[in-house]
Design a protein around this ligand. Structure first.
Ligand code: UDP
Length: 242
């Protein structure tokens, strides 16, 4: 497949991915496993790797606002949760021998660099893994939007959406419908019009407008992040019409 020769990618990890089976919080053993795979990928290829981590394993803004909190405040808490995840991932990546930088969309200079697009690109060019933390810095958005936005900004070749409990995009939920059909390829328009669960609609639109392919695959299978990053056919690819 022609556009699967990626040079620069944004890997989107949901917060849930760092929680392991406990489903909540950060499981250092799980983080170490993920980090080892990513560090190995960085060491053995020329691929430039940026990572966006979610925060749902700690806090989701929508859940807070559903219980009566001010939505913006709840969302800021969610963004701060992504910083905790990013620091955990950075620590594990560095233990695994990778050079990394965390850049936050909300300034906290004692903890990490602020997000500066040109600087992020420079880090990537030098072979450092850049972790984009604190989402977009804006409430009412998600870390999927962050992945789409940063991918557009740094001109990434693709977004790799590593999913827990799903090995691609289906026409219905495979956990409840044994006849659910998995797609190998989809267009952005199909995802939007059929309301398929790839990423939220804002993020899909952003990818569509900037023609950024999205690879949705399972991270429950060891080695899958590497396969997806090397352009092997895993999961479902979402892109524009040929
Ligand atoms: N969030 C936000 N703006 C952003 C990114 C994230 O307000 O640009 C908040 C939002 O409350 C969200 C939380 O951070 O619920 C955690 O992010 P997300 O739910 O995307 O994490 P994931 O589902 O990937 O673990």
């Amino acid at each position: 497949m022609s556009n699967r020769n990626f040079k620069r990618i944004v890997l989107k990890l949901s917060g849930e991915a760092l929680a392991g089976d406990q489903g909540f919080g950060i499981n250092p053993v799980v983080v170490e496993e993920i980090a080892k795979e990513i560090a190995e990928l960085a060491r053995t290829t020329d691929l430039q790797i940026a990572i966006v981590v979610g925060g749902g394993n700690i806090w989701r803004g929508l859940a807070g606002s559903a219980k009566g909190m001010d939505r913006a405040s709840a969302d800021y808490m969610g963004m701060i949760a992504t910083v905790m995840n990013s620091l955990a991932l950075q620590d594990a990546l560095e233990n695994a021998g990778a050079a990394t930088r965390v850049q936050t969309a909300i300034a906290m200079q004692e903890v990490a660099e602020p997000y500066i697009r040109r600087r992020a690109i420079r880090h990537l060019e030098k072979g450092r893994i850049v972790i984009f933390a604190a989402g977009t810095g804006n409430p009412y958005f998600s870390t999927d939007t962050t992945a789409a936005l940063r991918a557009a900004e740094i001109e990434a070749d693709a977004i790799l959406m590593a999913k827990k409990f799903a090995d691609g995009v289906y026409d219905s939920d495979p956990r409840t419908n044994p006849d659910a059909k998995k797609f190998d390829e989809l267009t952005y328009m199909e995802v939007i019009s059929r309301e398929l669960k790839v990423m939220d609609a804002t993020s899909t639109t952003l990818c569509k407008d900037n023609n950024i392919p999205i690879v949705v695959f399972s991270m429950d299978i060891p080695g899958n992040i590497t396969r997806a990053a090397k352009g092997e056919v895993v999961g479902t690819i979402v892109r524009g019409e040929e």
